[in-house]
Design a protein around this ligand. Structure first.
Ligand SMILES: NC(=O)c1ccc[n+]([C@@H]2O[C@H](COP(=O)([O-])OP(=O)(O)OC[C@H]3O[C@@H](n4cnc5c(N)ncnc54)[C@H](O)[C@@H]3O)[C@@H](O)[C@H]2O)c1
Length: 350
């Protein structure tokens, strides 16, 4: 068991914990990913024990106000009050919308997450960010509302498609790069790393620690954006044809390359990072970065990323000095970044 405090609330992280504790959370109402329920109904039915269940079709198009409205109707219909536990079982879509519902319904109910994706276990269920999409913009509406209990059972991963695992690995590598060589090196020797409890717990604890040091995303937590500026750019330029995890892994490579170009990262460290990434980084589509950069309007896309813009309209980037030494570098123009990315793409294509 591991405890961490974020936004005035303690999160207790349990791995393979006693299920009786979940059965004992009363009164409670469940929000469950439809796919997860289909695959794991036997186990889930034991947990639910005849309490009300809202089945969610977990897709980005349902992470919306309309779905939230239905969840609120369901709560009202079951006379949920503030003493209720909202127990969400699913990946990041399920925890984001359920967490948001729990934070606003009657100004806040109790909240428990049982994440079922690798990404959920090490990232989305931890740290208190909740949210829904609005007008096709991701996570536009949300709150900071950490779950009091996060229960991890790696058995859920047995049914998770391989393409979903890569999303978790991308965030795992990012967290390991921030935390340091001990964590980072723990996977670099294996071809396809097996996800065990140690792998999950190490990254989950690190994420919780970063979030409890900076609950409202104003300082150190911004390091968690490592690779994401480039990832968002690639996702937008490719019309989301590149999957998020792949885009993040590619984005981390871009950040490492740029860090080396600017003289922050030694060649030997760059080589270590790139070779570890290539163990997992299998792009499903051949990425023609040069044509993406020249066909779209990358400068405009970069300038829309409010998270990374400073007062002088320049961009802050998360760069790498060494494994375990990641920092925010201010003052980049979009033109400079695009020029360097084109240079990187050129090297890749040779
Ligand atoms: N709040 C945060 O801090 C945070 C952090 C990262 C990502 N997110 C959000 O998380 C979402 C992505 O979440 P995700 O990658 O965890 O997955 P997800 O919730 O998007 O689910 C992906 C797919 O896997 C299915 N699935 C889930 N668990 C399964 C299982 N055990 N077996 C079989 N199928 C399963 C789902 O039904 C869905 O089809 C995005 O909306 C993103 O914005 C939030």
């Amino acid at each position: 068991m591991y405890q961490s405090k974020t936004v005035n609330k303690s999160t207790t992280l349990k791995i393979s914990g006693d299920l009786k504790e979940i059965k004992d959370l009363y009164p409670a109402i469940f929000i469950i990913d439809e796919q997860v329920y289909r695959y794991h109904s036997h186990f889930i039915d034991q947990l639910v024990a005849n309490r009300p269940v809202y089945i969610l079709e977990a897709s980005e198009k349902n992470k919306t106000l309309q779905e939230l409205h239905k969840i609120m109707d369901f709560f009202i219909c079951h006379q949920v009050n503030r003493s209720y536990w909202i127990i969400a079982i699913g990946g990041g879509i399920t925890s984001d919308i359920s967490g948001f519902a729990a934070s606003i319904y009657k100004r806040g109910c109790r909240l428990c997450f049982i994440p079922t994706t690798f990404l959920g276990m090490i990232d989305a269920a931890l740290g208190g960010k909740t949210g829904i999409n609005f007008n096709n913009l991701k996570n536009m509406i949300g709150s900071f509302y950490p779950a009091e209990i996060v229960l991890i059972r790696k058995e859920f991963l047995t049914t998770l498609p391989a393409c979903e695992l890569i999303n978790g690995w991308a965030e795992w590598i990012k967290i390991a790069l921030i935390v340091g060589p001990e964590l980072f090196n723990s996977i670099s020797t294996e071809k396809i790393p097996v996800i065990n409890e140690q792998i999950i717990l190490s990254a989950a604890k690190a994420k919780l620690k970063i979030c409890s040091d900076d609950p409202y995303d104003q300082g150190i937590r911004r390091l968690l954006n490592l690779g994401h500026t480039f990832a968002h750019l690639l996702e937008t330029l490719s019309d989301n044809e590149i999957r998020h995890g792949e885009a993040v892994l590619f984005g981390i490579r871009c950040a490492a390359y740029l860090s080396s170009e600017l003289g922050y990262l030694q060649q030997s460290e760059l080589d270590r990072i790139i070779s570890s990434l290539s163990e997992i980084h299998l792009l499903s589509k051949e990425l023609d970065l040069i044509s993406l950069l020249t066909a779209g309007n990358p400068a405009e896309i970069l300038l829309q990323d409010k998270k990374i813009i400073s007062d002088d309209n320049k961009l802050n980037l998360v760069l790498i000095k060494a494994i375990g030494n990641v920092f925010i570098a201010p003052g980049f123009t979009p033109e400079f970044i695009i020029d360097r990315l084109a240079n990187f793409a050129d090297k890749l294509s040779r």
